[in-house]
Write a protein that binds this ligand. Sequence first.
Ligand SMILES: Cc1cc2nc3c(=O)[nH]c(=O)nc-3n(C[C@H](O)[C@H](O)[C@H](O)COP(=O)(O)OP(=O)(O)OC[C@H]3O[C@@H](n4cnc5c(N)ncnc54)[C@H](O)[C@@H]3O)c2cc1C
Length: 302
Amino acid sequence: MPLSPDQQAEIDTQRATPSQTLRAVAPGMEAHLYTAHEVLDHGFVRVVDYMGDDAAICQAARVSYGRGTKSVSNDEGLIRYLMRHWHSTPFEMCEVKLHVKLPVFVARQWIRHRTANVNEYSGRYSILDREFYIPAPEQLAAQSVVNNQGRGDALQGEEAARVLEILKADSNRAYDHYEQMIGTDGQDGLARELARMNLPANIYTQWYWKVDLHNLFHFLRLRADSHAQYEIRVYADAICNIVKDWVPAAYGAFEDYRLGGAILSGPALSVLRRMLKGERVEQEDSGMSKREWREFMEMVDN
Ligand SMILES: Cc1cc2nc3c(=O)[nH]c(=O)nc-3n(C[C@H](O)[C@H](O)[C@H](O)COP(=O)(O)OP(=O)(O)OC[C@H]3O[C@@H](n4cnc5c(N)ncnc54)[C@H](O)[C@@H]3O)c2cc1C
């Protein structure tokens, strides 16, 4: 269960207590504020706070005295221009603070994004919960034979059942030992900071993660992508849904120019131009390596 009844009650209380402000608010984001969106079997993403909206991006770009808004279509055009031309600093004027609950092995990938501010739940100070990520059957997949960094088809039958059993048993055994070691009944009890070291990487951790919109888009482009591991991608997808409601114009531009767009190398662009003129081009005379060519063809032939 991602949230206990007590935690949900705390969130409900917070949501039921509006406060007045002179600051700009984004109605789409107000609807998300504090709500925990469930991810994986015990995880969630929830917005704790945010700053700015689409208009704030235009306000900064125009270094305006007022809200910066000319008209919605004018603003959208400006935002799309900024995104198209990699004019990134106006997007840094928007910020979001998220509370995320995620398995430790996902956190290890996530923390590589250095341009955020992070504060993590302390396993030295607090006792960790008995909560482990156990993949849904369709995610319990075999090693991919075409991609060393990926998975193939789902395991079947007895093998799937055995793997699931191993994951559950190992997690529980490690947690039983953790409890035994920190227990103080008839013993001193090992320090929490040491006892945690035998816990597996599928145990859940939590953190507050604050990032500006430019760097969040960078994170989402990498992690909401099909090359990203499923377990981090589902968090990125959940965040995409939030950002779409927060800054619809900026998200639309991000979707068109980054998520759905592609960058072409010089040789790839010249091959595309030759193809558009009706020339038949092969990898051998493309100026591209075999791998580049394959990726290029996947891009244009999709
Ligand atoms: C599909 C996938 C597979 C991956 N596989 C691996 C792997 O096998 N092994 C592995 O170690 N990592 C791997 N990574 C992590 C990856 O290499 C990056 O570390 C991660 O995506 C964070 O990207 P970033 O550094 O651009 O982001 P951020 O840390 O958010 O940085 C954003 C940008 O700020 C700039 N920047 C930030 N800090 C510095 C700095 N100190 N110096 C210079 N410029 C800086 C850079 O321009 C950077 O692109 C993988 C990532 C993905 C998406």
